[in-house]
Design a protein around this ligand. Structure first.
Ligand code: COA
Length: 257
């Protein structure tokens, strides 16, 4: 199993552990993460959730082979796929979620930070949302939340060009709380999560809901629109060329489109 879930001292930890594939996320891994989030929400002993990866890699994003073999369908089928169940569980989690970005965070690895409450990033990490370069599109409301967070022009660098950025950039534009030395990022994030053991859970839950509520409807509408378009894009010739190029370890050639 490449997701490890365990609860210790009030913190439910979800650890992505598939280092041989740079923590690329498969449908089974999304499902395991969704199940762990739902269980954490239901367990009164859990006061906060910690999502973490492996040294040097948080996640390289969706498994590209899975994109080809098990592309989510369109319409209601897309909204019931494991990746959607995971993101829906993240959106629905009424306990604080802390991300320890232990290394590279690509694609959904960066997108999910928009839906966490805290993000601490290793000083060795690079973040990127290279969807357009893969013939794909922004997902899970990043097309709404990223421009809101950092402005249109900086969002365009990240979402249209897919430019990678550092943890310091992520802090500067409001996507992360702090950059830490690689060896300290998990322990720091865990300490933040453990602080919720000393806070009243009811007030924390309601405060979290208030912080998110003004944007919830727009976020859910945007997620549905993006999902329809993303599912169609997964089957597009541009995406096929990008996926083939990845497997063949070459640069994609979009000159014929
Ligand atoms: N899906 C499937 N396999 C992946 C993967 C992904 N997202 N990311 C990495 N892998 C695999 C590689 O194919 C390689 O497999 P192999 O050893 O069988 O050839 C293995 O993981 C190691 O990856 P490699 O690229 O050699 O490591 P690296 O340290 O040079 O680079 C990354 C690390 C994360 C920068 C690079 O792997 C990468 O860019 N991955 C793709 C990211 C991406 O586009 N994700 C999709 C976003 S929507």
């Amino acid at each position: 199993m490449s997701i490890r879930a365990a609860t210790l001292n009030g913190v439910a930890t979800i650890e992505i552990a598939r280092p041989e594939k740079k923590n690329a996320l498969t449908a089974a891994m999304y499902q395991a993460m969704a199940d762990a989030l739902v269980a954490a929400k239901a367990d009164p002993a859990v006061r906060a959730v910690l999502i973490t990866g492996q040294p040097g890699i948080f996640t390289s994003g969706n498994d590209i082979e899975d994109f080809v073999q098990r592309a989510p369908g369109q319409g209601s089928e897309a909204l019931d796929s494991p990746v959607f169940r995971f993101m829906r569980a993240l959106l629905d989690c009424d306990k604080p979620v802390v991300a320890a970005v232990t290394g590279a965070a690509i694609g959904i690895g960066t997108t999910m930070l928009l839906h966490c409450d805290f993000a601490y990033v290793s000083d060795e990490a690079r973040l990127a949302m290279p969807f357009v370069g893969l013939g794909l599109l922004p997902e899970f409301a990043s097309s709404l939340l990223l421009p809101q967070l950092m402005g249109q022009t900086r969002a365009a660098e990240k979402l249209l060009l897919g430019d990678p950025f550092t943890g310091a950039d992520a802090v500067e534009c409001g996507l992360a709380n702090a950059v830490l030395p690689a060896g300290e990022v998990v322990s720091h994030a865990r300490r933040v999560a453990e602080r919720f053991n000393a806070l009243p859970p009811g007030a924390v839950r309601e405060a979290k809901r208030l912080l998110r509520a003004p944007h919830t409807e727009a976020i859910l509408n945007t997620i549905r629109t993006e999902a329809e378009m993303f599912a169609a894009r997964l089957r597009s010739p541009e995406a096929m060329e990008a996926f083939q190029a990845f497997f063949q370890k070459r640069k994609p050639d979009f000159s014929k489109f």
